[in-house]
Design a binder for this molecule. Structure first.
Ligand code: URA
Length: 236
């Protein structure tokens, strides 16, 4: 679809709209090898070759960013007085409209997907689509075996909410380190599930979304773009 050149240039975050207009007016932008001087000239960002100062301008309709969220960072686009996951996105990946697809608590660490694709976010967050989120939780005490069975049936929270069936698997001898797989994401869900089963979460980390695990080479606070293949793995 054709759009105004200044809008295309500004959509990727590298330039503001007025910078984009100046670039075009300054004769620094070419479309399919032809210098364009009117910012309202239209181009198709998917099929036209756009260059700025002779360098190829990379256009991505949407971006999908895997972020390793550290403790103390808020999963929101804006939160005055706090550092947000969007604040951690480096300038070369930053663009208008980015938001976290799903929230982790401020003290939870791990995989947050940051995108500007609302339809994709909706798809992976909708409980109906069954995209599994995989967490590692450290518990103050083991959840007894009979309570763990309730995870598979659906834990009832203190407020009466009946959770969808979830999986729990002990990862150490005393049962305080567990893997939990959820298909929904209610507020403080794992903490409230653990509390409903007589325990308490002392640390929580999201390790995977769908079939895509958090890249271990990303230090807390670091992020990178997903490949198309990795994006598809979230849906699996
Ligand atoms: N469950 C929680 O309690 N907190 C999170 O951040 C994610 C899942």
């Amino acid at each position: 679809m054709k759009e105004r050149l200044d809008k295309i240039l500004a959509s990727q975050g590298a330039f503001s709209r007025s910078e984009a207009r100046q670039l075009v007016r300054g004769g620094r932008v070419q479309v399919n090898g032809v210098t364009v001087r009117a910012a309202d000239e239209k181009a198709d960002p998917q099929s036209d070759q756009i260059t700025v100062d002779g360098k190829a301008f990379t256009y991505r309709k949407y971006v999908y960013i895997m972020l390793n969220k550290p403790q103390g960072v808020v999963s929101a686009s804006e939160s005055p007085g706090d550092v947000t996951v969007i604040d951690l996105i480096p300038p070369e990946l930053k663009r208008p409209g980015l938001f976290p697809a799903g929230r982790l608590d401020k003290d939870t660490t791990g995989f947050v997907l940051v995108t500007d694709d609302g339809a994709f976010a909706h798809e992976i967050l909708s409980p109906k689509k069954h995209v599994e989120k995989n967490y590692i939780a450290l518990l103050a005490r083991r959840i007894p075996a009979e309570e763990q069975k309730r995870f598979e049936q659906g834990v009832t929270l203190a407020d009466g909410y009946e959770c969808l069936p979830a999986a729990i698997r002990e990862m150490n001898d005393d049962g305080t380190l567990v893997e939990i797989k959820l298909r929904e994401g209610k507020y403080h869900q794992i903490k409230r599930m653990a509390a409903a089963c007589g325990s308490h979460v002392t640390a929580l980390h999201r390790a995977a979304m769908g079939a895509l695990t958090l890249d271990e080479t990303l230090a807390p606070g670091e992020c990178r773009l997903l490949t198309e293949e990795e994006k598809q793995k979230i849906r699996e």
